[in-house]
Design a protein. Structure first.
Length: 221
């Protein structure tokens, strides 16, 4: 069992938020809360028709209001998924989300209902970046490690400290993103596990070096 799966098994509560983003436009994400009514087919069609796109990302968020326990799973829908249409894909993701299962059960459902095999979080991490949640590409992430490189925590922390607009942000909390199938050579989709990495002050989120060290050492190989 991978360390990421072992970590996910400790999240017993269901995801609180699901969101969809087209072509990396997370600032324009369609955000749905667990207490909301499940969107209708008409609402899904309206969302998909708003503008053209090539890929859709889905994100499941746990413990969204707790900086120390917040986790996010991101999966990019592509031609490697079994479902033929984006409508079916979104409906399947919503069904999994509104089933309100534990994180491990939810990932297992995604694997078997959408990918049709065990895939998510199974292989080694290939890339790590850190960014401001839902502002990944407008602010710009920090690329902090790539598979094959030595894991040097001092170098990683220097990269973070040199990006003041990411190290401290009033826009949103930061996420430490562990990316799987970054090169697209593995079977299954590009997907990301975002772990806690920050603490909230009065008006900003600040990257917490101890959390960065902990999760890099835990999940990177």
């Amino acid at each position: 069992m991978s360390k990421a799966i072992s970590l996910i098994k400790n999240i017993k509560s269901p995801a609180e938020t699901i969101q969809f983003a087209k072509d990396g436009k997370y600032e324009e994400a369609w955000i749905i809360q667990i207490d909301d009514k499940c969107p209708s087919l008409h609402q899904i069609q309206d969302y998909l028709k708003k503008e053209s796109y090539e890929k859709i990302a889905v994100e499941f968020i746990w413990n969204q209001d707790d900086d120390a326990k917040r986790f996010v799973l991101t999966v990019i829908h592509s031609d490697k998924t079994a479902l033929e249409t984006s409508i079916n894909y979104i409906q399947s993701c919503l069904n999994i989300f509104f089933a309100k299962t534990s994180a491990f059960q939810m990932i297992d459902q995604y694997d078997h209902q959408i990918i049709e095999k065990s895939c998510l979080l199974q292989k080694p991490v290939q890339h790590i970046r850190l960014g401001v949640f839902n502002h990944w590409f407008s602010v710009g992430p920090i690329e902090i490690w790539d598979q094959g490189e030595e894991i040097n925590l001092s170098t990683i922390l220097d990269k973070i400290n040199n990006r003041k607009n990411v190290k401290s942000s009033k826009l949103n909390y930061q996420g430490l993103a562990f990316i799987y199938n970054f090169d697209g050579k593995e079977a299954g989709p590009y997907h990301v596990l975002k772990t806690p990495c920050c603490k909230k002050t009065t008006d900003s989120w600040i990257v917490d070096n101890q959390l960065v060290r902990y999760y890099v050492k835990l999940l990177a190989r």
